[in-house]
Design a protein around this ligand. Structure first.
Ligand code: SIN
Length: 187
């Protein structure tokens, strides 16, 4: 699959006729909400685990030296915490551009903190996209994150921001914490 998913995502019209719907963010969408939203609530999804297995050529790395950012992988019994935003369909165009490096719109059932289960949308990057990196030894992943930098800033900041946001949500993630602990010292 091409790394640029904007054209594919335009065909996923499931939410187009809703006046508003929930978007679930589990990576930079937790702390970098640079899009309009009507409300936001902490939320979680079940059966998915967050993993730093997606390459980033356009935000936290380059084509020559990709960074590592998160995607979701299926894991029975897992719970992934994040932030849900109630958005209007018009907002999807900008989100498609932001998430264009391999992420596809997917339907997901999300659980809102404080009660309520809703059908929502998530951007996830599957193993067949051109930017997918997959698993690597922890030290190799942490080393790549420590070195990479792209137009949106350093890959290290992406990881640290995610860890801090999850801690603020009282929703720490062992995979994220292990990568933070494995980061080499900054020069
Ligand atoms: C997300 O945050 O939900 C998707 C991955 C990212 O943009 O970091």
């Amino acid at each position: 699959m091409s790394a640029d998913t904007t054209a594919i995502n335009r065909h996923m019209t499931h939410f187009d006729r809703h006046s508003s719907f929930w978007l679930f963010g589990y990576g930079s969408l937790i702390w970098k909400a640079d899009f309009p939203f009507l409300e936001r609530r902490p939320a979680w999804i079940e059966g998915w685990a967050r993993r730093f297995w997606q390459g980033s050529h356009d935000h936290r790395g380059t084509a020559e030296a990709p960074g590592r950012v998160v995607t979701l992988v299926r894991e029975p019994g897992a719970r992934c915490h994040g932030m849900a935003y109630r958005i209007e369909p018009d907002t999807l165009g900008a989100l498609d551009l932001r998430e264009k490096n391999g992420y596809l719109r997917e339907k997901v059932e999300l659980h809102l903190d404080g009660g309520g289960v809703e059908e929502g949308l998530v951007y996830l990057a599957t193993a067949d996209n051109a930017a997918f990196l997959g698993e690597a030894p922890l030290a190799a992943m942490a080393g790549q994150i420590a070195r990479a930098r792209g137009p949106s800033g350093s890959n290290r900041d992406y990881l640290i921001n995610l860890a801090l946001s999850l801690a603020a949500l009282n929703a720490r993630d062992a995979h994220v914490d292990a990568l933070v602990a494995a980061l080499p010292e900054q020069d």
